[in-house]
Design a protein. Structure first.
Length: 93
């Protein structure tokens, strides 16, 4: 499985792959074995014991609490909110 370039990873990230468990309605890593991560190729290699949808998993709160934020006017009735995350990502909303 190759991660797309818009998925941000760092050296400290806990690399995890999950399989959809329809019975419990959640993602689980219980069926994933022999997981390896090649950072240069952005490739995950693994085996699974269950045939179901598969996903790269990250914690929902990975970048929170954030480091800082600021709000500025960029035009009439328009503003730009920039949030700087713990991993150094600038989110512009």
């Amino acid at each position: 499985m190759k991660l797309p370039p818009y998925v941000f990873t760092t050296e400290n990230d806990d690399i995890k792959v999950g399989v959809w468990d329809a019975e419990n309605q959640c993602w689980t890593a219980d069926f994933i074995e022999e997981l390896t991560w090649d950072k240069s190729k952005r490739q995950l290699d693994f085996s699974t014991r269950k045939f179901a949808p598969i996903a790269y998993l990250q914690k929902k709160t990975l970048d929170f609490p954030y480091d800082s934020w600021y709000l500025r006017s960029i035009g009439d009735q328009q503003a730009l909110l920039t949030v700087k995350t713990r991993r150094g990502i600038d989110l512009n909303i």
